[in-house]
Write a new protein. Structure first.
Length: 722
């Protein structure tokens, strides 16, 4: 028992369980812990001396963080997945049921964060007192990883606080602060951390009845039963809303609604069984596996800088130089100053540089206005940014991020001027979105110290940073870039150099496919709607307008110039040419693109499109449109993997979801192929190649993988826990 919890019975007959899972910074529900809780319950049940049980945690400021995700993520791959998932939920649920029914009162002294199965344990206690520390959040985040709480919360929470109050907590997965938890009725009291145990003991010593409200005769659901007038409406609206919000791509919210609806109309034991059945369906399905693996396990590893060369000493950035104070440079300066880094923000004139700093000033003022930041902190952050047009100010910078115009000669010029003043050890990074890093590094005296750090717009909001390794880039440069991304608390992926790198290259296939369909006569409204239904945040035409058609056209032109005879026109070429060159419809910024942007009004598809690209008499089935849009992105990612641009499937997945909004329920572009099955995927691609063109043709390399059934992801072996 020593490795998971300590037990101690005091002279009043209170058995105290102090949960402290060894070798974990936070308690998670390991099989050993559950076994030990079970043993403690039976000890308490059997001993006449024990009058009640008190559960708390030995970890500072945290109770239990939830289940161990690594135990769940591979369920999907098991041949007996559904049964195994049901059994795992039932086992935990039965343990908690035993806790609340073994005949003695149980109190939880919740000394900090209690999430998922951790909060569910508390809900099975007869009394709950929570630390009033604002960091002591409680919640049921299972829905965010494609699951429902499978240890009783869909049954106990509605029975405790009512269906209408429980549903948002269950279906949104947002954590509650202590005051909110008290107000909602999830805990009976709040107390300073040092007094929690005393309060719980006092309650236990008051000889309370060890029976939950729902086990008492004549129990009625607070706020009304599922079919009652006050709640029936909630289910109707809730179901329609969940279906709309998830486009039925995420099964968990609807499963939660069903579990609550069905389970609260029967006795709790049956309700718990219904919950386990719904849980099992989710855990054995692909969405939960994909969300857990990509958005939890792999994102966690990336955030811990798992791709950082281990043999290079840590080198956080102390003084950053940002070249170009335009849209990207000003965002980079803001995000860096917020991370406490001293920033020199340089532009060609002092006025331009000041304008860039103004961006931070405005964002900080908003933070102060909304009460998110004190004036002092805002002043301190702003003071970290030195706006200048003088290169000498860059002296002493240990990292440079260049974000001047996307022109090779200008970039070469600022590289040379900067290298003349910065230390010989400094790392120079370009934020270019399209120009290969190896080529840009030719302007550098120290190409080994040259790297790509590609941010996304708007910098302060977008969570991903794509690190691009050029032919000569050293490990020290990679380590520095990763340390910097870690300081910004963003998620890095590391890719090798190529035109468009990974993210822009694959994203480009999505917009191009949308434009190609438009050209073929597919109704643009159909293209846009199906893209959103598939889970893309915006349709390919709308997003093209956002990044501007002009920029896409410029990139195409530049590539054509660079590659000469080797250049293969993208399928979007003619549409781009027509809109940008002939019609001067350059995108949202100008008010005209595929859409019209009336001032102060809502955008709408430009009616003139129908004249340019008349609707074909026969429109494709929605499924065909969906497949084209998703498969082309996944296939291009496979090509990036084949070419060594992307070397880790996790990078491909994370980059696709966090970089350009590939639907998270798929787990990302390579998880998508694995889920469809490589053989099915290549078969469908070959069929599409016949219909739509050779861009859908799978390579020999991919066909070989399909033949041998080689997935991109192996089963998750031994990863860090929740
Ligand atoms: P921008 O046009 O808003 O800003 C560029 C800034 O560089 C301007 O303030 C300009 O005055 C300054 N500049 C130009 N020549 C200079 C020189 N010789 N010395 C000092 N400053 C000079 O452009 P934006 O959008 O910020 O893009 C900058 C870079 O970031 C480009 O390489 C672009 O490809 C890349 N990028 C852009 C993204 C976007 O969404 N706009 C996303 C990711 C990367």
């Amino acid at each position: 028992m020593a490795s998971t919890l300590k037990t101690q019975t005091d002279s009043d007959g209170i058995l105290m369980l102090t949960i402290d899972v060894a070798d974990r910074s936070m308690n998670v529900l390991t099989p050993e812990l559950l076994r030990d809780i079970g043993t403690a319950i039976e000890t308490a049940a059997a001993s006449a001396r024990i009058k009640g049980m008190l559960i708390t945690s030995g970890k500072p400021s945290s109770f239990i963080a939830g289940a161990d995700i690594k135990d769940m993520v591979n369920t999907y791959d098991r041949p007996d997945a559904l049964q195994a998932a049901f059994e795992s939920s039932k086992a935990l649920s039965s343990l908690y049921r035993r806790l609340e029914t073994f005949g003695k009162p149980v109190a939880a002294a919740i000394n900090g964060l209690a999430l998922g199965g951790g909060l569910e344990l508390c809900l099975a206690c007869h009394y709950r007192v929570l630390s009033d520390d604002p960091k002591a959040v409680v919640g049921l985040p299972e829905v965010t990883i494609g699951l429902l709480p499978g240890a009783g919360a869909t049954q106990r929470l509605p029975r405790l606080i009512g269906i209408n109050a429980a549903l948002p907590i269950l279906t949104q997965g947002k954590p509650l602060r202590p005051a909110e938890a008290l107000k909602a009725g999830i805990v009976q009291a709040l107390a300073p951390a040092g007094e929690l145990v005393n309060l719980a003991r006092t309650w236990l010593l008051s000889a309370p009845e060890p029976v939950q409200p729902w086990d008492k005769k004549g129990f009625r659901m607070p706020g009304g039963a599922a079919m009652g007038p006050a709640t029936a409406q909630t289910f109707m609206v809730g179901t329609a809303l969940a279906a709309k919000l998830t486009q039925r791509n995420y099964p968990a919210p609807l499963a939660i609604l069903s579990s609550v609806f069905e389970g609260t109309q029967v006795p709790i034991d049956l309700g718990l069984k219904i919950e386990s059945q719904y849980f099992a369906r989710l855990l054995s399905g692909p969405v939960a596996r994909n969300l857990m693996r990509t958005m939890f396990i792999n994102k966690g590893l990336a955030d811990k800088l798992s791709r950082r060369p281990a043999d290079v000493p840590k080198a956080p950035v102390k003084k950053l130089g940002v070249l170009g104070a335009g849209m990207m440079g000003s965002g980079i300066a803001y995000a860096s100053a917020m991370a406490g880094i001293v920033v020199v923000l340089l532009d060609s004139t002092q006025t331009q540089a000041d304008k860039g700093k103004e961006y931070s000033k405005n964002l900080l003022a908003k933070d102060v206005e909304r009460g998110r930041m004190t004036q002092d902190r805002s002043d301190a952050v702003l003071a970290l940014i030195n706006a200048t047009a003088d290169y000498v100010q860059l002296a002493g910078c240990d990292l440079i991020v260049e974000a001047v115009f996307e022109q090779r000669d200008i970039k070469a010029d600022v590289t040379r001027k900067t290298e003349a003043v910065i230390p010989a050890t400094a790392i120079f990074a370009s934020n270019t979105s399209t120009l290969p890093i190896t080529g840009l590094a030719e302007a550098s005296l120290r190409p080994r110290q040259f790297i790509g750090i590609h941010f996304f717009s708007p910098v302060e909001k977008m969570p991903l940073v794509e690190i691009i390794v050029g032919k000569k880039t050293s490990k020290a440069a990679i380590a520095k870039a990763l340390d910097y991304v870690g300081q910004l608390k963003k998620t890095p992926i590391v890719v090798n150099d190529s035109r468009g790198f990974y993210t822009s290259r694959v994203f480009g296939t999505f917009t191009a496919e949308g434009m190609k369909m438009l050209e073929e006569g597919v109704n643009p409204a159909l293209i846009e709607n199906i893209a959103r239904q598939a889970g893309m945040p915006v349709g390919p035409l709308a997003v093209s307008d956002e990044v501007t058609l002009e920029l896409q056209y410029k990139v195409v032109k530049q590539t054509q110039k660079d590659l000469g005879d080797k250049y293969v026109k993208p399928v979007s070429y003619d549409v781009l040419h027509r809109l940008v060159e002939d019609l001067k419809r350059i995108g949202r910024r100008s008010g005209h693109g595929f859409y019209e942007y009336p001032e102060g009004g809502k955008k709408f598809l430009w009616p003139g499109l129908a004249g340019l690209y008349p609707h074909a008499v026969s429109q494709p089935a929605p499924e065909q449109v969906r497949k084209r849009l998703l498969y082309i992105q996944a296939l291009e990612t496979a090509r990036c993997f084949e070419e060594g641009v992307v070397t880790h499937p996790a990078d491909a997945d994370l980059g696709s979801i966090l970089g350009w909004g590939f639907p998270a329920h798929t787990g990302g572009t390579l998880s998508f192929i694995d889920t469809v099955g490589v053989a099915n995927f290549t078969r469908e691609c070959s069929a599409m190649a016949k219909l739509y063109g050779p861009r859908f043709k799978p390579s020999r390399w991919l066909l070989a993988r399909a033949r041998t059934g080689q997935k991109f992801h192996d089963v998750v072996e031994d990863q860090t826990a929740a």
